[in-house]
Design a protein around this ligand. Structure first.
Ligand code: ADE
Length: 247
């Protein structure tokens, strides 16, 4: 999958993504990431890309032409990339959207800085606007990295096997069950015995019910949206009773 990021700070994108799993995915040729410097299409020799706001207001706004010309330079002759503007005004990213984006061939992410970008060019080139949460960042670069990271790990060959992500938090509307590694006892806290039993069916069932309990405890808003059968309710209540956690 091809990612292109339009940004005033290309180094922020490449420095982050060249490491770890996204870096390996690039080396394997599963993804390519190109960070295009919007300033290369500046309006003068001093690198001007922004100006004051019409109607007043503090700060500077990125102008249409440098963004548009940079976007045009990454469009193929007869196809344009699916283009996303990252901003706190967008729909908040979730796993469903991540999976949807992972089906695109070429994803272009437009990053604003300062007060943002002139709305006219956003309307002209962007298919949608995405936020990574209800808070304001100094620029869109972190959001672009979050999108590329979360989308990349959905692509075949990036993670060791499908199981690596299919049980994970948010994949089925629930959070993943708590996980443990050696030692079996730590600070007098024991790993649940069933996980040491070697009985794969029992372990899977334990984790399935624990993932409901984890969701109930940590994300009641997600838990409310689940449809739980009477049988599972009984299992949840029974398992909850056996837990030594105080919550
Ligand atoms: N740019 C600034 N804040 C942002 C946010 N919350 N999400 C995406 N892009 C942003």
């Amino acid at each position: 999958m091809r990612f292109t990021v339009l940004t005033l700070f290309p180094g922020q994108i490449t420095d982050f993504l060249k490491k770890s799993i996204t870096g390996n995915a690039m080396q394997k040729g599963i993804i390519s990431v190109e960070a295009k410097d919007i300033r290369e299409n500046a309006l003068n020799d001093y690198g001007k890309v922004d100006d004051t706001l019409y109607g007043g207001g503090t700060g500077m706004l990125m102008q249409c032409d440098p963004v548009y010309d940079t976007w045009k330079s990454v469009c193929d002759k007869d196809s344009k990339p699916y283009t996303v503007y990252v901003s706190p005004k967008g729909h908040v990213l979730n796993q469903k959207k991540v999976i949807e984006l992972s089906k695109k061939e070429h994803l272009c992410i437009v990053c604003g800085h300062y007060e943002g970008i002139d709305s006219r060019v956003i309307d002209e080139i962007c298919d949608e606007e995405i936020s990574i949460g209800d808070y304001v960042l100094t620029g869109g670069e972190l959001a672009a990295c979050v999108i590329i990271d979360s989308v990349s790990r959905m692509l075949e060959g990036v993670l060791p096997n499908e199981e690596a992500y299919s049980n994970e938090s948010h994949m089925g509307g629930t959070l993943e069950a708590p996980q443990y590694t050696k030692p079996e006892d730590w600070h007098d806290i024991h790993v649940p015995a069933v996980l040491l039993s070697g009985d794969l069916k029992k372990i899977e069932e334990h984790n399935r019910i624990m993932s409901y309990i984890e969701t109930m405890n940590k994300r009641p808003d997600m838990f409310e949206r689940l449809e739980i059968t009477e049988e599972d309710w009984q299992k949840i209540l029974a398992l909850k009773k056996t837990l030594c956690y105080s919550s």
